[in-house]
Design a protein around this ligand. Sequence first.
Ligand code: ADP
Length: 152
Amino acid sequence: MKKTAVFPGSFDPITKGHESIIKRAIPLFDEIIIAIGINTEKKHFFPVEQRLKWLELVFKDYPSISITQYEGLTVDFCREKGARYILRGLRTSADFEFERSIGQINKKIYPDVETIFLLTTPEYTALNSSIVRDILRNGGDASPFVPENVTF
Ligand code: ADP
């Protein structure tokens, strides 16, 4: 059976941390769907079209990766796509606590799904999209923290 993983996130914007996790996961799955979750409650910084464009640019040379967006529950999206794996990155113990409850609830709702965590490499542990947004808001240079072809 084809191993399909969904990597859900906001990617607002994509960082080198996301890029690293996704590239490391390529050999583990036949297909990875990077999916921007549209959450109407959550305010975003960059429009979804822009976030999708960056993801497409960064992963254009990787045929097993596709990019899309979804609304609603991540597990419903996984079911719809026939994906039995959810991929997430773990930076800190705070990430772990947060991910543990989501992962356990997701498993309860969709017992066939497994959440697969990859530990962040040390150089990206301190990195997150909100730091990148802060740098940009204050006129700083965020380029060291985002993939090469992402420009603001
Ligand atoms: P969400 O809004 O779901 O937290 P994010 O785009 O912030 O979406 O994160 C999506 C996934 O990417 C999460 O699993 C998160 O742990 C992981 N991630 C975010 N930043 C990094 C990083 N610097 N290194 C590794 N993984 C990361």
